[in-house]
Design a binder for this molecule. Structure first.
Ligand SMILES: [Cu+2]
Length: 147
C-alpha cells in the first residue's frame, strides 16, 4: 500500500517535469497581438507619443527624449494616412528634414488610420522629419535627442 502511494507520487512528479519545458516555451513566446497588428521596429514602450491629426499636423510638433529612447507616432486623428521620414530622397524640400552627424535617416511605411510607427533614437542631436504626402501643408516635426 505504502509503496504504491510512493510510486503514484513519483509518477505525478515526473509528469510535471515533462510539462515544465513546454510551460517555459509558452511563457517565452511574445504575445501575438504585439507583433503583427502594427508596424514597428521596436516593441518597447515609447518615451514620447506624437499624434498624427486629421488636419495634417504632428502633435506635439516637437518632442525631447534621451538617447536609446523611442518615439511612437500614432495615426489616431481619424484622418488620412501619413508617413514619418527624415530621408531627403523621400521629400520634395530637403530643408524639411535633418539628422545629426553619425545618425541614419529612417522612413516609415504608410501609416493608415489606427496604425502607428515607432523609432528608437540612438544618436543624440536634432532630427527634423516630415510627412511625405503632407509636406506641402507643413506637416513637419522635430525630435531632440539628448545624451
Ligand atoms: Cu500626413
Amino acid at each position: 500500500m505504502r509503496i504504491r502511494d510512493r510510486r503514484a507520487r513519483m509518477r505525478a512528479k515526473s509528469a510535471l517535469w515533462q510539462l515544465l519545458p513546454l510551460l517555459l516555451v509558452c511563457a517565452a513566446l511574445p504575445a501575438p497581438s504585439a507583433t503583427n497588428k502594427h508596424q514597428t521596429n521596436d516593441p518597447s514602450a515609447p518615451a514620447a507619443i506624437v499624434h498624427m491629426t486629421a488636419d495634417n499636423k504632428f502633435v506635439p510638433e516637437k518632442v525631447a527624449i534621451k538617447a536609446g529612447e523611442a518615439v511612437r507616432w500614432i495615426n489616431d486623428g481619424g484622418g488620412p494616412s501619413h508617413t514619418v521620414t527624415t530621408d531627403p530622397s523621400m521629400v520634395q524640400n530637403e530643408d524639411h528634414v535633418q539628422i545629426p552627424d553619425g545618425a541614419q535617416s529612417f522612413s516609415s511605411e504608410v501609416i493608415g488610420p489606427g496604425k502607428f510607427f515607432q523609432h528608437t533614437f540612438e544618436v543624440p542631436g536634432t532630427y527634423r522629419y516630415a510627412c511625405a504626402p503632407h509636406e506641402g501643408s507643413k506637416m513637419l516635426g522635430e525630435v531632440v535627442v539628448t545624451k
